[in-house]
Write a protein that binds this ligand. Structure first.
Ligand SMILES: [Zn+2]
Length: 401
């Protein structure tokens, strides 16, 4: 099957190319001029449209139904950052067997201290409601840390996630991994060839994780006021790690409905499941955070990017909200409102996560790469919400309805 998209504006993962032809040959992006006489099965007129790499959400938790909803919104890959093994296995199977759900990579379970974050949220009752009797493993000493990494490797984890969170940001007190134990986990993860990402919500926790050697942070810190954004970003930048944004999540837990504007956007509401719509009525009362968290995190995003820190777009989507798929379009809006250019925000949701999570076959539009593509009306580099005007989604070359 060969599909030619003609005369289309292309966002190649880094920048806008005003006009190009892009060939989809089977499950790959082809070279339009390689075989000019080979027949094309389908032609798509790209006039007035923009073709982007399929979007990558760098922070999700995928349960039943989530990967299908993600793909409907052009999110062709989800990077799951904590899940339960039986649920993860089912999602992986779906992604391997079907072409109408997003692809997935995952850390499997997060490493945390006994009774540490997120065990206060992922209680046995909540997990049963999500369809599993399994619970999170915890890590109390160095021996358990090494065993934890072995267990995640056995589950096929693509990277490792650890939690450094003492609950202080939400006005509680939780046991947290010690810096020494965090370092043992990072070392074991790295020895096994895994990148290590840390859940942290404050700048202090971020520095503890970075001192332990993590490769990336799962959230922007939300406790640093704008006037200290630049000096903190300079400190963080010295470590050479990446940061996943999740402003949508910070918005949700600080009392804003967290992307409720999506429901007022007819382009979005028409595609969103009833279950996702219902999450906007939910209160995240269990995990309050700094009331100025969104402002702080937004300033952090720009300061970090300007200091040379790769910023990856992520939502922290869960079955309880933020929502899968649409949530990433809201995150893109928040990133541009924070001060990123349209191209910078789009790169944060395409080439940047692909590069930093070791997915060289996607995140860009170039010959030979996987044909994960999103076609939209208009120019999202000029108006970021144009990513919602979806005119076509291809998943490894398979066009979605
Ligand atoms: Zn998360």
């Amino acid at each position: 099957m060969r599909t030619l998209i003609r005369d289309v504006r292309v966002f190649d993962g880094e920048r806008i190319v005003p006009r190009a032809d892009v060939l989809i040959a089977g499950d790959r992006i082809g070279e339009p001029d390689a075989a000019p006489d080979a027949p094309v099965d389908v032609e798509v007129d790209g006039t007035g449209k923009t073709l982007l790499p399929g979007l990558i959400d760098a922070h999700t938790h995928a349960f039943d139904g989530d990967l299908a909803e993600a793909l409907a919104f052009g999110v062709t890959t989800e990077l799951d950052l904590n899940n339960l093994p039986p649920i993860l296995a089912a999602q992986r199977r779906l992604a391997a067997e079907r072409d109408d759900v997003a692809d997935i990579r995952s850390s499997s379970m997060i490493a945390t201290a006994p009774r540490g974050h997120p065990t206060q949220i992922m209680t046995p009752d909540v997990l049963r409601a999500l369809g599993t009797d399994s619970t999170l493993d915890t890590v109390a000493d160095a021996g358990e840390a090494r065993a934890f990494v072995e267990a995640r490797l056995a589950e096929g984890a693509d990277y490792l996630k650890i939690a450094i969170d003492d609950g202080g940001a939400s006005g509680t007190s939780l046991p947290a991994l010690s810096p020494a134990l965090a370092a043992v986990l990072v070392e074991a993860g790295h020895a096994a060839g895994l990148k290590v990402v840390a859940h942290t919500v404050t700048a202090r926790e971020a520095l503890v994780a970075l001192d332990a050697g993590v490769d990336g942070l799962a959230h922007l810190y939300s406790d640093v006021p704008p006037e200290r954004a630049a000096e903190t970003a300079a400190l963080i930048a010295a470590y050479g790690a990446f940061v996943i944004s999740t402003i949508t999540y910070i918005e949700a837990v600080t009392g804003d409905p967290g992307g409720a504007e999506l429901l007022r956007d007819a382009r979005v509401a028409a595609r969103m499941s009833e279950q996702s719509k219902a999450t906007f009525t939910r209160e995240f009362a269990g995990i309050p955070m700094y009331s100025d968290g969104v402002v702080n995190a937004s300033h952090a995003a720009v300061a970090l990017l300007r200091a040379g820190v790769p910023v990856l777009a992520g939502t922290d989507a869960t079955p309880f909200g933020p929502v899968h798929g649409a949530g990433l379009h809201h995150e893109l809006l928040l990133l541009t409102e924070a001060g990123l250019t349209g191209e910078e925000a789009l790169a944060a949701a395409t080439s940047a996560p692909a590069r930093h999570f070791g997915l060289p076959d996607r995140g860009r539009i170039a010959p030979g790469l996987r044909a994960d593509l999103l076609l939209v009306d208009g120019d999202p580099a000029a108006d970021i919400t144009a990513t919602r005007a979806i005119a076509g989604v291809w998943r490894a070359g398979a066009r979605q309805d």
